[in-house]
Design a protein around this ligand. Sequence first.
Ligand code: NCD
Ligand code: ZN
Length: 352
Amino acid sequence: MTQRTITLRRPDDWHLHLRDGEEMRSVLRHTAQVFGRALIMPNLKPPVRQTCDALNYRRRICQAFDSSPECGHFNPFMTIYLTDDTSTTDIVIAATSERILAAKLYPANATTNSAAGVTDIGKLDPIFRAMAKNGLVLSIHGETLINARGKEIDIFDRESRFIETLDLIIRKHPGLRIVVEHVTTRKMVEFVQAAGPNVAATITAHHLLYNRNALFTGGIRPHHYCLPVLKREEDRQALLAAATSGNPQFFLGTDSAPHARGTKETACGCAGCYTAHAALPLYAEAFDTVGALEQLENFASHFGADFYRLPRNTGTVTLIQKPWTVPLTYPFGNNVLVPLRAGEEVLWQVAD
Ligand code: NCD
Ligand code: ZN
């Protein structure tokens, strides 16, 4: 029997956590071998707040890849982290750098390394005006934790409750270009669709493949815990429909988020799924479940570049439908990490 293959333009990953130092050096290759570009998230400790921090971080990534300035075929783009102290000057400077595409809004304490995030989004209007004027994209972790009466919002409702905040931002700043990162709910998908071409969303492979049952299959599964948390099956179906619809508002962002095994397999485990080792094959698997492999290239290689107003990559990658078993662990600095599907099969692989 001949193997099924699909060849697509080299893809990009528009939402990636690389960490730093030895940890970054251990995971970088998984992304750089397949993707042409990635948008690197700024939630280091301390966060990447300023243009100079972002450009220094980029230099460390390129050195790890050992071919600067363009890192061979891999070109990392950077984000800066918005805090309560971000100034409009910080925004203007970031916007002048071709290497920096976005400023990332983490509501304070919404996720891993977000303690320095924004405590009052209502105060960011001058920042958003400067971003719209200078062409810097707003990248958002869209979850609300506390309601107006100070009550904690249910973890499964945090993304849909963020819609009212997002709606306000869009109404006040119609010229601001926004990416709602790692969308997880039908409600947010529908909101983005209705919001028009200045608003887009990334979708992860794990949210296309799993629903919240995966957190509790036969026991608690810390390696399926990420934020925003996995949602219901009807939400997963809506994400899959959006990703495969050919709507350019939805594109690939893995949110691959490496954590050392011991920080996940513990009494209070970190949020984040590691998917970079099998990112494109996992998306192919998801698209194939609905017979939509022909839409993978748009989603993975076209729509993100178009939204960020960058040329599409040259060159191609080929996927073969040939199952392989994911290793139980990968090295991660002085530790190891447990990848998604550890010890289990992934149905597709990237051809050499
Ligand atoms: C991310 C991380 O570990 O940095 N974790 C996650 O669960 N997705 C942060 C984030 O993107 O929320
Ligand atoms: Zn992320």
